[in-house]
Design a protein around this ligand. Structure first.
Ligand code: APR
Length: 257
């Protein structure tokens, strides 16, 4: 990995020691903005989107199960898939990585947590004000009007009690817009923060992957935590090669001492 603008290279998690410059910057931070992806929930046993394509579901391409077109064509199939994922997530619990982020919010003046995950595990770990970039797996939305509907229907494809359209899971599918509030709030936080942490995301999917660039353009320190450094790692200020569930609690210890 090449050097970065701080003239430092990767902080290997094999040595459980973080770069002192990074630790003191975090200690002094005014506003920390965190972006998380599927990797932070991996240690809770929630498979990533692509890994979830197992067993019964292995024969489907992710696009077949996550687009409006797929839903229009076969809403029964999509509901079976999302119910399967809901059951899986309902059995999972937040891990030390989620818990450490909730604690970090208590240690810094301001923390904005943006997640691409739809599993709600940050909220269950105690994080507040989480910006859900890709929606929530457990919401049901009217396919015609987009509003969240609370209901107790058992039908294979539930319908909107107001307009009769099908209900759909409240996640953002490929080709769909990110909820406007989530987009505006996260862009503003990335532009305002002095530290940006990218955790457990491959950073392939935009616009979420662009948040680190916004932070960097606004002179924030950018770091990632990922056991497999991403294609962006060389351009970030720090790359911590480790699992979030181990690295984050250790990082918390480092800033507290
Ligand atoms: N700790 C931290 N990172 C981890 C861990 C871990 N324990 N385990 C795996 N990772 C990393 C992987 O190395 C990978 O870089 O997490 C990343 C997961 O990448 P993706 O599966 O691509 O997930 P994500 O970046 O969240 O995907 C973004 O794409 O599939 C769509 O809409 C879906 O929200 C998702 C978006």
């Amino acid at each position: 990995m090449g050097s970065n603008k701080w003239g430092r290279t990767e902080v290997s998690f094999e040595k459980p020691r973080f770069d002192p410059g990074f630790v003191s910057a975090l200690r002094d931070a005014r506003h920390v903005c965190v972006l998380t992806g599927a990797g932070i929930s991996a240690e809770s046993g929630v498979p990533t989107f692509r890994d979830a394509q197992q067993g019964l579901w292995a024969k489907y391409d992710p696009h077949q199960l996550a687009t409006p077109e797929a839903f229009e064509e076969n809403p029964e199939l999509l509901w079976r898939w999302y119910r399967w994922r809901r059951d899986l997530v309902a059995e999972a619990n937040p891990n030390p990585g989620h818990l450490a982020l909730a604690q970090l919010a208590e240690l810094v003046p301001r923390l904005t947590l943006v997640t691409q995950n739809v599993d709600g595990l940050h909220q269950r770990a105690g994080s507040r004000g989480v910006i859900e970039f890709h929606g929530n797996l457990f919401d049901d939305r009217c396919y015609a009007e987009g509003c969240i509907i609370v209901h107790d229907q058992q039908a294979e494809v539930p319908v909107c009690p107001n307009c009769g359209a099908n209900l759909r899971p409240g996640v953002v599918w490929f080709g769909e817009a990110i909820p406007e509030n989530a987009l505006n709030e996260s862009f503003a936080a990335a532009a305002d923060c002095d530290i940006f942490l990218s955790i457990g995301t491959s950073s392939f999917v935009y616009p979420a992957a662009g948040l680190a660039d916004i932070a960097s353009e606004n002179r924030a320190i950018v770091a990632e935590i990922n056991p497999n450094p991403t294609q962006h790692a060389a351009t970030y200020d720090f790359a911590i090669a480790g699992n979030a569930g181990v690295a984050l609690p250790k990082l918390l210890e480092s800033i507290a001492t």
